[in-house]
Design a binder for this molecule. Sequence first.
Ligand code: FNR
Length: 357
Amino acid sequence: MGEPLPKLSRIPEGILNPAGYLPFAKERLLPEIWRYLKEGSGNQSTLQANERVFDHIPLIPRPLADVRGSHTRITLFGQTLAHPIILAPLAYQRLYHPHGESASAMAAAAQEGQLCVSSLASQTLEEIITAAGQPLWFQLYWQEDRPRTLKLLQRAIAADYRAIVFTVDAPVKQATIQLPAGIHAVNLETPPPFPSLLPQQSQVFDGWMAQAPCWEDLAWLREQTTLPLLVKGILHPQDAAKVVELGCDGLVVSNHGGRVLDGAPTSLACLPEIVSAVSGRGKVLLDSGIRNGRDVYKALALGADAVLIGRPYIWGLATAGALGVAHVIRLLRDELEMTMALTGAANISEITGQTQS
Ligand code: FNR
């Protein structure tokens, strides 16, 4: 196995969809980093189902509709986005390109979209937002206790992050990669020592989960900020209802890209029931498995207000930095527009059947 190929300073020719970036990204990453990006948990069954599930949703052509002047714009939490494709929080982006999260931020801004920056970002929150030249969203991981969590939240707010996405589906942090020297979660403080356990205690229940958030902590978090607060990693309609009843502004239906609980259902399969449980009381976003613009359309058609993409934009990042990420977003937008044209949808609310606000 040779050294990874150098990054490109232009977008490769002949790429027709995000998957076209796969071979380019693979040959530009060390094998262990490629594996870390690609893999799911357990038997990979949720990971595999995530991509397949979209194929089972038919698209009905509606020819002859006049779609001149149509667009993909949405308004989300007061911000107008040119399209409903948000870049999901992905940890340690300097693993994939030296420009890391800043490159993704620039690309999101260039495509008039949005990036949600991970708590595990490998560049400072301040430098990422400077690169974007626009406010961004911040993904919050619980930091063992309330004071430490509040400190991180306040830093993000001070740096002009405008929405908080609280990820709750990965309470047990399993390090599946040995980070190279110089790449780490630069915005986090050193965690407190792992609680020392008595012989009869469980490492899971009394160790890891003793530092994980509960519903009371979500209620507390809601009181700490007036920014839009979304909860990421919801798959059960009762949990979705509880999230909005606690005053959160929305949620992300997600199985974390198949990386946490193998056997979890696909986000798409859970979406309709969640949309009905939320019943307009908050925004419903979806991620996990979106690979092309038709997938975006299908998620919207089943009731999502917007989607997040994970791995596909990292394929662009690993290949050609900001240019690659911007191109992946553009490809998805083009495919979404084409699907809208062929199905006679003149704007996003004609897909969702809902009024965007
Ligand atoms: C993630 N994801 C994630 N989520 C989060 O809230 N904080 C994080 O730091 C990370 N880090 C992360 C790293 C890697 C390598 C992957 C692949 C994923 C999950 C991510 O936000 C999103 O939910 C999934 O990636 C969506 O699935 P697809 O689009 O990758 O199939």
